[in-house]
Design a protein around this ligand. Structure first.
Ligand SMILES: [Zn+2]
Length: 253
Protein backbone atom coordinates (compact mmCIF):
# COMPACT_ATOMS: atom_id res chain seq x y z
CA UNK A 1 0.00 0.00 0.00
CA UNK A 2 1.33 3.43 -0.95
CA UNK A 3 1.05 6.47 1.23
CA UNK A 4 1.73 9.75 -0.53
CA UNK A 5 2.14 13.29 0.57
CA UNK A 6 3.44 16.31 -1.27
CA UNK A 7 7.11 15.53 -0.85
CA UNK A 8 7.35 11.88 0.16
CA UNK A 9 6.06 8.40 -0.55
CA UNK A 10 6.44 5.05 1.21
CA UNK A 11 5.58 1.40 0.63
CA UNK A 12 6.33 -1.83 2.50
CA UNK A 13 6.87 -5.09 0.68
CA UNK A 14 5.51 -8.56 1.40
CA UNK A 15 7.85 -11.42 2.24
CA UNK A 16 7.85 -14.32 -0.24
CA UNK A 17 9.08 -17.62 1.25
CA UNK A 18 12.25 -19.05 -0.26
CA UNK A 19 13.47 -15.85 -1.93
CA UNK A 20 16.72 -15.78 0.03
CA UNK A 21 17.46 -19.52 0.00
CA UNK A 22 20.44 -19.19 -2.34
CA UNK A 23 22.22 -16.41 -0.44
CA UNK A 24 21.88 -17.44 3.21
CA UNK A 25 24.72 -19.97 2.91
CA UNK A 26 27.27 -17.47 1.60
CA UNK A 27 30.18 -17.24 4.09
CA UNK A 28 29.77 -14.30 6.44
CA UNK A 29 26.38 -13.36 5.05
CA UNK A 30 23.62 -12.74 7.62
CA UNK A 31 20.08 -12.39 6.35
CA UNK A 32 18.84 -11.27 9.76
CA UNK A 33 21.49 -8.53 9.93
CA UNK A 34 20.59 -7.24 6.49
CA UNK A 35 16.91 -7.43 7.38
CA UNK A 36 17.52 -5.05 10.30
CA UNK A 37 19.62 -2.62 8.25
CA UNK A 38 18.24 0.78 7.28
CA UNK A 39 19.98 2.32 4.26
CA UNK A 40 19.66 5.96 3.25
CA UNK A 41 20.35 6.61 -0.44
CA UNK A 42 21.22 10.18 -1.40
CA UNK A 43 20.56 10.45 -5.12
CA UNK A 44 18.24 8.29 -7.24
CA UNK A 45 20.18 8.38 -10.50
CA UNK A 46 22.67 6.22 -12.35
CA UNK A 47 24.65 4.93 -9.39
CA UNK A 48 21.62 4.12 -7.25
CA UNK A 49 20.06 2.31 -10.24
CA UNK A 50 22.68 -0.42 -9.69
CA UNK A 51 22.64 -0.30 -5.90
CA UNK A 52 19.09 0.08 -4.63
CA UNK A 53 17.46 -2.78 -6.60
CA UNK A 54 20.14 -5.21 -5.41
CA UNK A 55 19.70 -4.14 -1.78
CA UNK A 56 15.94 -4.60 -2.07
CA UNK A 57 16.21 -8.03 -3.70
CA UNK A 58 18.69 -9.13 -1.04
CA UNK A 59 16.16 -8.18 1.66
CA UNK A 60 17.44 -4.98 3.25
CA UNK A 61 15.27 -3.81 6.15
CA UNK A 62 14.52 -0.31 4.93
CA UNK A 63 15.67 1.91 2.12
CA UNK A 64 15.06 5.63 1.91
CA UNK A 65 15.81 7.64 -1.23
CA UNK A 66 16.35 11.39 -1.39
CA UNK A 67 16.41 13.12 -4.79
CA UNK A 68 15.09 16.46 -6.02
CA UNK A 69 15.21 15.71 -9.75
CA UNK A 70 12.67 14.53 -12.34
CA UNK A 71 12.98 11.66 -14.81
CA UNK A 72 14.02 12.60 -18.38
CA UNK A 73 14.20 10.40 -21.47
CA UNK A 74 18.02 10.72 -21.44
CA UNK A 75 18.05 8.88 -18.07
CA UNK A 76 16.58 5.67 -19.50
CA UNK A 77 19.87 4.30 -20.89
CA UNK A 78 21.13 3.68 -17.36
CA UNK A 79 18.68 4.59 -14.60
CA UNK A 80 15.92 2.47 -13.05
CA UNK A 81 13.08 4.21 -14.84
CA UNK A 82 10.62 3.44 -17.60
CA UNK A 83 8.80 5.47 -20.27
CA UNK A 84 5.82 6.08 -17.98
CA UNK A 85 8.14 7.61 -15.37
CA UNK A 86 9.26 10.50 -17.61
CA UNK A 87 8.40 13.77 -15.88
CA UNK A 88 7.85 12.11 -12.49
CA UNK A 89 10.01 12.90 -9.45
CA UNK A 90 12.91 10.42 -9.45
CA UNK A 91 12.46 9.69 -5.75
CA UNK A 92 8.84 8.62 -6.28
CA UNK A 93 9.44 6.70 -9.50
CA UNK A 94 12.35 4.79 -7.96
CA UNK A 95 10.23 3.81 -4.94
CA UNK A 96 7.51 2.54 -7.27
CA UNK A 97 9.98 0.56 -9.38
CA UNK A 98 11.82 -0.84 -6.34
CA UNK A 99 8.48 -2.05 -4.97
CA UNK A 100 8.21 -4.34 -8.02
CA UNK A 101 11.58 -5.87 -7.13
CA UNK A 102 10.79 -6.27 -3.46
CA UNK A 103 10.11 -9.76 -2.09
CA UNK A 104 10.79 -9.00 1.59
CA UNK A 105 9.20 -6.78 4.21
CA UNK A 106 11.39 -3.88 3.13
CA UNK A 107 10.09 -0.38 3.81
CA UNK A 108 10.87 1.78 0.78
CA UNK A 109 10.55 5.54 1.18
CA UNK A 110 11.24 8.42 -1.18
CA UNK A 111 11.65 12.13 -0.49
CA UNK A 112 11.52 14.64 -3.35
CA UNK A 113 14.06 16.98 -1.81
CA UNK A 114 17.64 18.17 -2.00
CA UNK A 115 19.74 16.72 0.82
CA UNK A 116 20.07 20.15 2.43
CA UNK A 117 16.28 20.63 2.29
CA UNK A 118 15.74 17.26 3.96
CA UNK A 119 18.07 18.32 6.78
CA UNK A 120 16.43 21.74 7.12
CA UNK A 121 12.93 20.22 7.17
CA UNK A 122 13.86 17.75 9.88
CA UNK A 123 13.15 14.70 7.70
CA UNK A 124 14.07 11.47 9.50
CA UNK A 125 17.49 10.65 8.05
CA UNK A 126 18.41 8.06 10.66
CA UNK A 127 20.09 5.05 9.07
CA UNK A 128 22.64 2.34 9.72
CA UNK A 129 24.42 3.00 6.43
CA UNK A 130 24.27 6.01 4.09
CA UNK A 131 25.09 5.77 0.39
CA UNK A 132 26.01 9.03 -1.32
CA UNK A 133 25.51 8.76 -5.09
CA UNK A 134 25.29 12.42 -6.08
CA UNK A 135 27.22 14.16 -8.84
CA UNK A 136 28.86 17.10 -7.04
CA UNK A 137 31.42 17.63 -4.31
CA UNK A 138 29.45 20.28 -2.46
CA UNK A 139 26.73 17.77 -1.54
CA UNK A 140 29.31 15.04 -0.83
CA UNK A 141 31.03 17.31 1.69
CA UNK A 142 27.73 18.25 3.32
CA UNK A 143 26.86 14.55 3.62
CA UNK A 144 30.33 13.72 4.96
CA UNK A 145 30.03 16.31 7.72
CA UNK A 146 26.42 15.62 8.63
CA UNK A 147 26.88 11.89 9.13
CA UNK A 148 30.31 12.18 10.72
CA UNK A 149 28.51 14.16 13.43
CA UNK A 150 25.97 11.36 13.93
CA UNK A 151 28.61 8.60 13.73
CA UNK A 152 26.87 6.98 10.75
CA UNK A 153 28.99 5.29 8.07
CA UNK A 154 28.73 6.74 4.56
CA UNK A 155 29.70 5.01 1.33
CA UNK A 156 30.71 7.55 -1.32
CA UNK A 157 30.83 6.58 -4.98
CA UNK A 158 31.39 8.31 -8.29
CA UNK A 159 32.32 7.59 -11.89
CA UNK A 160 34.44 9.53 -14.38
CA UNK A 161 32.91 11.57 -17.19
CA UNK A 162 34.59 9.32 -19.79
CA UNK A 163 32.79 6.30 -18.23
CA UNK A 164 36.10 4.46 -17.77
CA UNK A 165 36.66 4.54 -14.03
CA UNK A 166 35.07 5.11 -10.68
CA UNK A 167 35.70 4.94 -6.96
CA UNK A 168 34.08 3.77 -3.75
CA UNK A 169 35.13 5.24 -0.41
CA UNK A 170 33.79 4.01 2.92
CA UNK A 171 33.75 6.74 5.58
CA UNK A 172 33.02 4.93 8.83
CA UNK A 173 31.54 6.50 11.94
CA UNK A 174 35.03 7.51 13.07
CA UNK A 175 38.47 7.64 11.45
CA UNK A 176 39.36 8.77 7.93
CA UNK A 177 36.73 10.94 6.23
CA UNK A 178 36.08 12.17 2.70
CA UNK A 179 38.18 15.27 3.43
CA UNK A 180 41.14 13.04 4.33
CA UNK A 181 40.87 11.36 0.93
CA UNK A 182 40.03 14.39 -1.21
CA UNK A 183 41.00 17.57 0.68
CA UNK A 184 40.58 19.69 -2.46
CA UNK A 185 36.92 18.64 -2.75
CA UNK A 186 36.00 20.64 0.34
CA UNK A 187 35.92 23.98 -1.46
CA UNK A 188 34.90 22.61 -4.86
CA UNK A 189 31.54 24.21 -5.70
CA UNK A 190 31.48 23.09 -9.36
CA UNK A 191 28.54 21.12 -10.70
CA UNK A 192 28.80 18.86 -13.76
CA UNK A 193 27.49 20.41 -16.97
CA UNK A 194 24.01 19.26 -18.03
CA UNK A 195 24.36 16.58 -20.67
CA UNK A 196 27.64 15.14 -19.36
CA UNK A 197 28.08 11.70 -21.01
CA UNK A 198 27.01 8.74 -18.84
CA UNK A 199 26.74 4.99 -19.41
CA UNK A 200 25.65 1.98 -17.40
CA UNK A 201 28.71 -0.32 -17.58
CA UNK A 202 30.95 1.63 -15.22
CA UNK A 203 27.96 2.37 -12.97
CA UNK A 204 27.33 -1.37 -12.56
CA UNK A 205 30.97 -2.03 -11.70
CA UNK A 206 31.01 0.64 -9.01
CA UNK A 207 27.53 -0.23 -7.77
CA UNK A 208 28.49 -3.82 -6.99
CA UNK A 209 31.37 -2.64 -4.79
CA UNK A 210 28.97 -0.35 -2.92
CA UNK A 211 26.50 -3.15 -2.23
CA UNK A 212 29.32 -5.35 -0.98
CA UNK A 213 30.54 -2.53 1.26
CA UNK A 214 27.06 -2.31 2.83
CA UNK A 215 27.28 -5.99 3.80
CA UNK A 216 30.79 -5.49 5.16
CA UNK A 217 29.53 -2.76 7.49
CA UNK A 218 26.66 -4.75 9.01
CA UNK A 219 27.85 -8.36 9.01
CA UNK A 220 30.98 -10.52 8.86
CA UNK A 221 31.76 -10.22 5.15
CA UNK A 222 35.43 -9.12 5.06
CA UNK A 223 36.63 -5.82 3.60
CA UNK A 224 40.33 -5.00 3.68
CA UNK A 225 39.93 -1.58 2.08
CA UNK A 226 38.14 1.72 2.52
CA UNK A 227 38.97 3.02 -0.97
CA UNK A 228 38.58 1.10 -4.19
CA UNK A 229 39.05 2.31 -7.74
CA UNK A 230 38.02 0.37 -10.82
CA UNK A 231 38.98 1.02 -14.45
CA UNK A 232 37.21 -0.72 -17.31
CA UNK A 233 40.08 -0.19 -19.78
CA UNK A 234 42.99 -1.47 -17.66
CA UNK A 235 42.87 -3.56 -14.52
CA UNK A 236 46.45 -2.58 -13.72
CA UNK A 237 45.13 0.86 -12.86
CA UNK A 238 42.66 -0.51 -10.29
CA UNK A 239 43.33 0.16 -6.63
CA UNK A 240 42.40 -1.26 -3.23
CA UNK A 241 43.73 0.75 -0.30
CA UNK A 242 43.16 1.76 3.28
CA UNK A 243 43.23 5.56 3.39
CA UNK A 244 44.48 6.92 6.73
CA UNK A 245 43.32 9.97 8.65
CA UNK A 246 45.02 13.09 7.26
CA UNK A 247 46.84 15.23 9.80
CA UNK A 248 45.56 18.51 8.34
CA UNK A 249 42.18 17.28 7.14
CA UNK A 250 39.99 20.28 6.21
CA UNK A 251 36.95 18.67 7.85
CA UNK A 252 36.47 18.47 11.63
CA UNK A 253 37.62 15.30 13.40
ZN1 LIG B 1 39.17 13.81 7.47
Amino acid sequence: MFTDSRSSTSVTGTAIPGVHDRQVGIPGFSQSSLGRTRVLCIGAGGLMAFIAPTLVRKGVGAITVIDHDHVESSNLNRQRFYVEDIGEPKAFALVKNLARECFSETTITGHRLYFTEAVEQGIDLSADVVICGVDNNQTRIEVAGHFRATGTPVIFCAVSADADHGYVFVQEGQGPCLGCLFPDSVNDDRYPCPGTPAMADILQAVGSLVVYAVDSLVMARPRNWNYRTVHLSDGNLDGSQTIATRQNCPLPH
